[in-house]
Design a protein around this ligand. Structure first.
Ligand SMILES: *Cc1c(COP(=O)(O)O)cnc(C)c1O
Length: 413
């Protein structure tokens, strides 16, 4: 990358971007540079109309008939089938349900039960908080089970004959570091353990090949890169070979083999649907399906390539234009070793983030000292990256962050 990368050069990259047209499929305020799609994806242009249709026509006019008439009942599997090609899975291996946290709970409990006496759930220190909390809660249900939380570098050595399941987040929410899914899956399986991958910061932005890695199970988020809307339902993956011998932790009627026979006894559905629990959130699923329809048109290789290039550009520009301002890059430089966000540690990260937001550049802050920029390849462009760093340089050079209003911490950061 040449020094003094200019706005014109960024615009030229956008002009030649094969995914350029997808930006029009989203509604983004003109004045905003949105680098937080890894936390809450943008609103697809057609989602509002789709939601209106789901509410006014399907619910309002169709009423209860819409379970069949508009196949509401099939939405969890339909959405799962749309996610499958994004994560290297078969349609019959993915279903949309509940939240990421709940899906993790369901799969950890199933994995512990299937492990026949193995007594440990293994994860890494610094994993996303809900993953740690859920793992702690799940092992607490079993008298003889413990949670082992080890530093990342110690993971391979910590996989021993006592580990029932290894729980890892593919792309780290703070650093953006990406685990070697194939290698860690193979290492765990060699010791007889299962692995659950959390794809919350991967699906929809970078290449994921679950079956290529012989993955066992995975979960992921619907409202980040998948743009399903705030609190969108999440997904889960269980490899075909495991579906029949894993017993669901939440034995609700939607996971029953025949829910509408209203039998007294529980009989799990023969496939991925056994991991459903209660009635699907139909309106939220309509928004997610609408968004996933966009991905069906996107070349996944182009998406991953653009993600890598955007992150490269962001790193190069910050290092060029913000040198001497105290930013420490904590994201790997090698695109194959990271996800689609770039993070810097800085003592004033919170105030800097607030000053950026006040100037229309939305990234986010992760306590205690991380400034994080999500590069969503589907609707962000190279000009966005250039503008974000231009604003960052100005905020730093003028010390605009150093003002009382940027110290205020809100409930959600
Ligand atoms: C965003 C995220 C979640 C979200 O879980 P919810 O149940 O939707 O709150 C879980 N795990 C990881 C790694 C995440 O990044």
């Amino acid at each position: 990358m040449s020094p003094h990368f200019t706005l014109d050069e960024a615009r030229a990259l956008d002009m030649h971007d094969p995914l350029r047209a997808f930006r029009e499929r989203f509604i983004l305020p003109e004045e905003i540079v949105y680098l937080d799609g890894n936390s809450l994806g943008a609103l697809p242009a057609r989602s509002a109309a789709r939601l209106r249709e789901a509410v006014e026509n399907e619910w309002g006019r169709g009423l209860i008939r819409s379970w069949n008439l508009h196949d509401w009942i099939g939405a969890p599997q339909r959405a799962g089938a749309l996610i499958a090609p994004l994560i290297g899975a078969k349609a019959s291996e993915v279903v949309v349900a509940d939240s990421t946290s709940q899906n993790l709970f369901k799969l950890i409990v199933s994995a512990i039960r299937a492990a026949g006496g193995r007594g440990a759930v293994l994860t890494e220190a610094g994993n996303f908080p809900t993953d740690l909390y859920i793992a702690e809660g799940a092992v607490g249900l079993f008298g003889d089970c413990t949670l082992k939380v080890v530093p990342t570098d110690d993971l391979p050595a910590a996989i021993d004959d006592d580990v029932a399941v290894l729980v890892l987040t593919h792309v780290h929410y703070k650093t953006g570091a990406r685990h070697d899914m194939a290698a860690l899956t193979a290492a765990a399986q060699a010791k007889g353990a299962l692995v659950i991958w959390d794809l919350s910061h991967s699906a929809g932005a970078i290449a994921v090949d679950l079956n290529g890695c012989n993955a066992d199970m995975a979960i992921g988020c619907g409202y980040k890169y998948l743009n399903g809307g705030p609190g969108a339902p999440a997904f889960l993956f269980v490899a075909e070979r495991h579906q029949l011998h894993l017993s669901p932790a939440t034995t609700g009627w939607m996971g029953h083999a025949a829910p509408f026979q209203f039998r007294d006894d529980y009989q799990p559905a023969p496939g991925i649907s056994r991991f459903l629990c209660g009635t699907p959130p139909v309106i939220a699923l309509a928004a997610l399906e609408e968004s996933l329809g966009i991905f069906a048109e996107v070349d996944q290789v182009l998406l991953a390539d653009k993600s890598a290039l955007m992150c490269d550009l962001l790193i190069a520009l910050v290092e060029e234009r913000c040198a001497g301002f105290g930013f420490e890059l904590i994201t790997p430089r090698n695109p194959a070793a990271r996800g689609s966000h770039v993070s810097f540690a800085h003592d004033e990260a919170h105030a800097i983030c607030q000053a950026l937001i006040a100037r229309g550049v939305i990234g986010d802050f992760r306590a205690p000292d991380v400034l994080r920029f999500g590069c969503t390849p589907l609707y962000c462009g190279f000009e966005d990256i250039w503008r974000a760093v231009d604003t960052l340089q100005m905020v730093m050079a003028t010390r605009a962050w150093d003002s009382p209003e940027h110290q205020l911490r809100q409930r959600v950061t």
